[in-house]
Design a protein. Sequence first.
Length: 495
Amino acid sequence: MKSKGRLVYKTFWILLIILIIAVAFKLLIIGIKKPFWGHHDWNSVVYSKVARNYIRYGYIKTKLGQVTNSDYQSPDSFGYITHYPPLLPIFISFSFKIFGQTEAAARLVTIFFSLVLVISIYLLGKEIHSKLLGIFAALSVVLTPLFLYFGKLPVHDTIVPAISTFGFWAYVKFIKERKRKYIALLVLSLVIGGLVNWSAFYLVAALVFHQLISKYPKKVRKTIFTLIPLSIIIFAIFVVHIHFLGVKTASIYSNLIERINPYLTSDLYGFTLFKYVKQELLFLRVYYTMPVFLGAVVFPLLFLYKLIKKQLVFAQSIISALFVYGILQLIVFEQLSFIHDYMIYYLLPYMILSFSYILIIFIHKFRKSIIYPLILIALVLYIFFDKLDYTKALINTSMHKRGYDVAEIIKKETLSKEKAFISSNSYKEFEDVFVTYYADRDVAYGEELPENFENKFKLIIRPKDHDPLDTVSKKLLDSQYQRFENNDFIWYKIY
């Protein structure tokens, strides 16, 4: 009878996490087919374009480089992204091959890793405290605005935390059981994460921190410290790959310097340290909701108290390492984090597990009372409904719809190898990546007609919301070429 009871108990928890995963998937696929024109969808079109080029030219011809060209180009004219490793767009290209070149296919890659994140949060919570903490933390993740919107955004910074959280779980299992298979899983998470984005190396820094505040045998510490040279090797492979593409590695470091030093662009973005801290705290409050935010704020106080008293327990030390992992992105890349609100995604494992841990130990005395499950249910509902309208607004954003719309005109009115001209530099600055992705054509911009434009372009487009073209040029176009228009654009076919 006891073995049957244990089986029922185990099955109950398994069914719970399966249900949470199903809910997460159901919520994440809302708007999965929506065009890439929403909040921070700039990344979505950039890496989907790279993925499309992997399919168009093949992995050998591109040399696994992240080709950014639109339309069909010869290899000697390829342009490359060199700021990040190529694994993310490679993953997207695999999805394109299976499901077709659609927005949904690109988003499915991120959704897959988001589900990995939910499972990893559960497993990590279970290992450091209890199944209840793991289940509550996993459900809390799924219902936050941050996860519901950015959990399907095809960008490095929503994928790496999932891989790293799995790495944390492998680390905890190794510490507990000392089995080599968990070190192999930890190394695998670092390699895959490192080939997606350099932020995966924060995992190494966090685990080294955990070793320094904990007492483990030298053999264990030596094993973990070998992750440092492994990170260097992964980075070196990327640098060699850039040289293999024939691209100067200076572009890597120039972008790095710009992202590290926010004062290089302070005139443009108005950066100050006070404003930055205030803004990040606001992001944490809004995207994680108030209960999670408060729990995450209380935890450091408990951690410091236990550390001073030398009463630090395993769960507290691991959660503090998660904080180190997440805060490094905000400290090292201030300029990037100031502009991109989703950089707080790296704090997600810490925010959720610290909140869940603080809550469960604080209400532990009520564990035999009906108030215990009522508190948990009430907080889960509050997390979901607190910023539900904000979450809906994020999902429904269409700030770059005009870039998509003009691209549709270009795609319809031109053939491959034909070029289009948009008479607005504003569109080049804010809409170009959307235009070139959806049009899949070579597009030029300017605020006056180029010399010999009739020999260079097959289509001229004037956006009505920003139409700086001079009067003489407008009259010339109207008098010599057939004019078409809708509510947003005027265009001319050049024969």
